[in-house]
Design a protein around this ligand. Structure first.
Ligand code: NAP
Length: 282
């Protein structure tokens, strides 16, 4: 039976450390501040935004949100981003996706000052990650790397297989793993015979958004399994992309859903806000 990687506990520990760092900054008259921009009325985004606000309160990071009507123009959105870029009291700017279709999300991300881009989506920060330079790493891959560190899982020389190539999870995670000397393979919806690939993985990260996609016969004995998926079943139950019950019997380590990668994402966002604050005050 696999060791369960307790993301909830690691996230709590991370938040406690960050709370101390915020107190130290406050002693020097510096209060970290995150701003979140949300456009339209997406219920899932509202939940994410509420969780971010709660986490900021917990560690003492100031938080302000801007709820914009879905009919807002691209210019109005960019004007708000530019205003926050220029505001010295704002250390981090997060634009909650998805945006309504008429808005250009890439231009919006590019407009955020890369020094305040705590989500790590600006092309400058993505480029720095590819070059192996210090940067803001996007929060979910960063959280996964933090879990590896906490559980002393050394990626050097390991075959890491990542299912899913999104800009927010799969692609940045490839770079994080490469930067830690893993041999990395990435699969997507056009990959032929995924099972052939996954069976050779020492570490398998699943981020595709399909409930119970990864089954026990796709996994080798002793593999380390990271489940990024968050899927709501018709019953209302939240499950990951991995058949946890059966895969956990073969794996050496596994993350549960909920309580695995999810809590780490928000903890690493706070980490990035505090890092941005320090850099802007140096
Ligand atoms: P996304 O943008 O929808 O990307 C999904 C990826 O999975 C794509 O690369 C897609 O391939 C690939 N894919 C889809 N079906 C596949 C299949 N049958 N076989 C192989 N690959 C397949 O998803 P995302 O935003 O990365 O999110 C993925 C999951 O993680 C979702 O459940 C999401 O809710 C969850 N998530 C969790 C967190 C967290 O904090 N825990 C954070 C972000 C996302 P193509 O590129 O070929 O289309």
């Amino acid at each position: 039976m696999a060791i369960i990687i307790d993301g909830k506990e690691v996230a709590k520990k991370t938040r406690e450390k960050l709370k101390n760092e915020v107190e130290e900054l406050k002693e020097h008259g510096i209060i970290p501040k995150l701003t979140v921009i949300m456009v339209g009325d997406n219920p899932a985004s509202k939940v994410y935004v509420r969780n971010k606000s709660k986490a900021c309160n917990e560690v003492g990071v100031e938080y302000e949100e801007f709820f914009l009507d879905s009919s807002i123009s691209q210019k109005e959105l960019l004007d708000l981003i530019k205003k926050l870029n220029d505001d010295k009291t704002v250390n981090g700017i997060l634009l909650q996706s998805p945006l309504p279709q008429h808005l250009d999300i890439n231009e919006a991300f590019r407009t955020i000052d890369y020094r305040k881009d705590v989500d790590g989506f600006h092309p400058m920060n993505v480029g720095k990650l590819v070059l192996g330079q210090d940067t803001f790493v996007s929060c979910t891959p960063y959280g996964i790397m933090r879990l590896f560190e906490e559980y002393n899982i050394d990626l050097c020389g390991k075959n890491v297989v990542i299912l899913g190539r999104s800009n927010i999870v799969g692609k940045p995670l490839v770079q994080c793993c490469l930067n830690n000397n893993a041999t990395v393979t990435i699969c997507h919806s056009k990959t032929k015979d995924i099972k052939e690939v996954t069976k050779n993985a020492d570490v398998l990260v699943v981020a595709i958004g399909k409930p119970h996609f990864l089954e026990a016969d796709m996994v080798k004995d002793g593999a380390i399994i990271i489940d990024v998926g968050i899927n709501r079943l018709d019953t209302g139950k939240i499950v990951g992309d991995v058949d946890f019950e059966n895969v956990s019997k073969k794996a050496s380590y596994i993350t549960p859903v909920p309580g695995g990668v999810g809590p780490m994402t928000i903890a690493m966002l706070l980490n990035n806000v505090i890092k941005a604050t320090r850099q802007q005050n140096m």
